[in-house]
Design a protein around this ligand. Sequence first.
Ligand code: FAD
Length: 479
Amino acid sequence: MSETKDPRPPGEESGPRKAKMNLNRLEMPKQAPEVRRNNFDEVATGYTYEMAMEEASRCIQCKKRNCQQGCPVNIDIPDFIRLLQQKDIPGASRILKAKTSLPGICGRVCPQELQCENSCTLNKKGAPVAIGRLERFIADWERTQGTVSTPEIAPSTGKRVAVVGSGPSGLTVASDLAIRGHEVTMFEALHVAGGVLMYGIPEFRLPKGIVQREVRYVASLGVDIRLDTVIGINYSLDELLNTRYHAVYLATGAGLPMFLRVPGENLNMVYSANEFLTRTNLMKAYLYPDTATPVKMGKRVAVIGGGNVAMDSARCAVRLGAREVYVIYRRTRAEMPARLEEVENAEEEGIQFHFLCSPTAFISDGRNNVAAMELLRMRLGEPDASGRRRPVPIPGSEYAMDIDTAVISLGTSPNPLISSTTPDLETSRRGTVITDEQGKTSKARVWAGGDIVSGGATVISAMGEGRRAASAIHEYLSQ
Ligand SMILES: Cc1cc2nc3c(=O)[nH]c(=O)nc-3n(C[C@H](O)[C@H](O)[C@H](O)COP(=O)(O)OP(=O)(O)OC[C@H]3O[C@@H](n4cnc5c(N)ncnc54)[C@H](O)[C@@H]3O)c2cc1C
């Protein structure tokens, strides 16, 4: 019998040799588009146990851990998948939890295709191992079993840290520092913890029960979460530093919406994506009148923008009953910043994409409601600072489109509340807080990370910055 050649590249082999490299990545079951258009239930329903085992068996356990290096929080990916292959799910969960407190969230919304999965050896040959889906499977399995694996908490250091903001960055710092024995208080302006995970990303992509379970997990590590407390109003940053806390981590995100600054933008039924999504997701307007907050919406909805926020807004509009939903984007599909998976989901749900055009005005129906939009066609020019080709207006190409609702989704910037009440906190022209590599700000004993520093990025990068800052804060407190 002839020997099967080891499929792993030289230097990447370890453990028992596999007979064959399996390039057939297992798809995750999803609700059919015509069904999910009418509900807010989760679109992707997750792997079954058998599916997870089959997908895990595709991992060839490379010695060189490219996938791990591709993960901003450096999860020991080959190790957790090896334990899955051995059917040791609690063991796999312990490996995950050593590096992330939010596996159910990351498994659902991280752009794995650009990170760990992009670096997977199988990606060079075909389809990478579905690392994100396996991470999600482990978190969901733990939830359904009612088991929770918690790391060991170090003895109390007697040091107190305030974390401002309870999004993924704040949750990561809080758990990392609590595990190291520090007393952590997390202040959150809203009535519920979780940041964008609660008020922005819709239920059908990230169920709120999953977010709250992971928030409770962070609380179970000893973190004291104080809701309805706005730093900059209820307490200033200096008050936190001067009264009780040895260090502060700022993770207040970037919740201030940007606008087009064109005529008619203040007409009724022209929303910022923030308001539209907060009403829909945080305040659960899709259950109105069983909930207190409605979201008024017409039948022809234009969503302006091409990122994840635009996709979420458009897909919420479909589910809230819009007859036609248009995504208006000034570049082409290839330049869209949204995750490809979400663009494909939106297309399947019947959302119409209008590329290479940009609104120049919103037109009133005479009673202060938006009735139409004027647009200008674009062509792609030379690449700009982002590396993407710049949209260039085509003179004389104006045209109009009838709409009755618009959702502006052009990005956000940090809320200036804390910086405006803290004169010695250095910020950029864009309003982001300036830090060094470890998240240290210009102000003594204050670190920052996540969207307040980046101006808007991803859940996992906000967590990665939190992890680095937690190490720096710990080092400072240990002196
Ligand atoms: C609609 C939408 C969809 C997205 N989809 C994805 C996705 O699919 N994948 C992905 O990786 N990323 C996605 N992102 C980006 C991602 O959610 C953010 O990068 C991430 O949440 C940033 O985390 P953060 O902890 O820095 O801030 P946030 O999540 O914004 O949390 C900040 C928290 O601080 C609180 N806060 C603000 N000011 C104060 C104050 N003065 N005092 C006390 N509390 C305060 C806020 O209420 C909030 O709870 C999306 C963003 C949006 C808006």
